[in-house]
Ligand binder design. Structure first.
Ligand SMILES: [Zn+2]
Length: 420
């Protein structure tokens, strides 16, 4: 068996059902077509036939199902979603770039290079996605969910078309997540290289899963400014916009690139120290993110905070003379701290924001997973099962956006194994 044959044998993951032709029914099992029990060709999810013989005609090469007049497939695709080929709506043929990911379009079917069927596009260039996670076969994209799209080819009428659609107010030469982070951070153009890098590390995960977009639209964006009372940042209660203190922003960047996600700082209450999470942009984003969570999720966070605080008061009581609310502890207790950072003890809001920050970067995320599995599970749901945790009126928007982000190469089940 040659390498290419082997690849083909392994990747035949076609549909299952029946192929009707000339009044006869052929059985299709995971893409393999049988006539009276004998193999007679292959059909893929995207409607391409290959290596056919018998009733389907002897033809080795790939050709779309439309090339065999009167041939109709009915059944399910390799993901178990209902599938009829050809579909009754005519569509264009050509190539389509979706967030710069290249797809092939044949008679309105959007196909990946492995012949999986991504969705459909009509002659007006409306896009409908199939999504195995949502078990939906017709997710219509709109201006909130469609990513930059460039199509060139022919309509079903044969008319040549070149179509471009770009997300409004976004830098067109950037991919989705980068454009989204730039749009969120008002003063992006004033930043130096290391500040930009830091910003991207703080926000990349949230941009790729779609949450940054939803938060920005619902709550607001982020800008540099002067926050008087010495906090690193602040999230306006009324507007939901974030103002980051310039000096604190730079101090956090220095700490982050010097020490990593966590820093242990000495306090004047010797020998007690305090753990810091050096991810202020993700922290402030966390406050905005809390606003879009369902009431039940917010209550759950409060409950997790309260039980932790109770234990913390027993294990790491604060000195009487300390006016603050952070968890302080002797150096040897750092790995046994109750809160991910000292500041997380201050309130359930800060607890959540610090956990969001820690979840953002691989290094601190691993620690959070072991340290506080319950809040880690809530955060995992925010990214991968938003229907469980966000406000009910936002669920469909987030889900459809995530379906588009999967097709656009930004989001996948492996998102957390990426570099951040
Ligand atoms: Zn905060």
């Amino acid at each position: 068996m040659s390498v290419s044959d082997k690849v083909q044998a392994n990747t035949v993951r076609g549909p299952s059902g029946f192929l009707e032709i000339g009044g006869q029914m052929l059985v299709v099992d995971f893409g393999r077509i049988y006539q009276d029990g004998n193999p007679t060709g292959v059909i893929y999810d995207d409607g391409y036939l290959q290596n056919t013989s018998g009733l389907l005609g002897t033809y080795r090469k790939l050709r779309p199902i439309e090339a065999v007049p009167g041939c109709v497939f009915r059944g399910i695709d390799s993901n178990g979603l209902a599938l009829v080929l050809p579909s009754d709506v005519p569509g264009p043929t050509g190539s389509m770039k979706f967030n710069n990911v290249l797809y092939h379009v044949v008679n309105g079917r959007i196909a990946a290079s492995d012949h999986s069927l991504i969705g459909e596009v009509d002659d007006e260039l409306n896009i409908f996605l199939r999504d195995k996670h949502l078990k939906e076969v017709q997710i219509k994209l709109d201006e909130n969910t469609q990513l930059n799209t460039v199509f060139s080819g022919k309509k079903s009428s044969g008319e040549e078309i070149k179509h471009e659609w770009f997300r409004p107010l976004m830098k067109q030469d950037k991919n989705y997540s980068e454009a989204e982070m730039i749009r969120y951070f008002m003063d992006y153009d004033k930043l130096k290289a290391q500040q930009k890098k830091y910003l991207f590390e703080n926000l990349k995960l949230w941009a790729c899963c779609g949450m940054l977009h939803v938060v920005r639209k619902k709550e607001g964006n982020c800008a540099l400014g002067n926050v008087k009372h010495g906090a690193a940042g602040q999230t306006g209660v009324r507007t939901g916009n974030v103002t980051l203190d310039k000096d604190e922003f730079n101090r956090d960047i220095n700490l982050y690139y010097e020490h990593g996600c966590f820093a242990v700082v000495h306090t004047k209450y010797k020998p007690l120290c305090e753990v810091r999470v050096n991810l202020v942009v993700a922290h402030e984003f966390g406050h905005q993110l809390e606003f879009i969570l369902s009431q039940a999720t917010q209550d759950r966070i409060k409950e997790l905070y309260r039980s932790r605080k109770k234990l913390c008061d027993e294990k790491h009581p604060l000195p009487d003379e300390y006016p603050g609310a952070s968890e302080l502890l002797p150096h040897e207790e750092v790995m046994n701290r109750l809160f991910i950072s000292g500041y997380a003890r201050s309130s359930h809001h800060e607890y959540w924001a610090e956990c969001v920050a820690a979840y953002t970067i691989k290094e601190s995320r691993r620690f959070l997973e072991r340290h506080d599995p319950a809040i880690y599970a809530v955060l995992n749901d925010v990214v991968f099962n938003p229907e469980k945790v966000v406000q009910p009126n936002l669920v469909e928007w987030v889900q459809h956006l995530q379906a588009a982000l999967r097709v656009g190469g930004e989001f996948s089940d492996q998102l957390l194994s990426g570099t951040t």
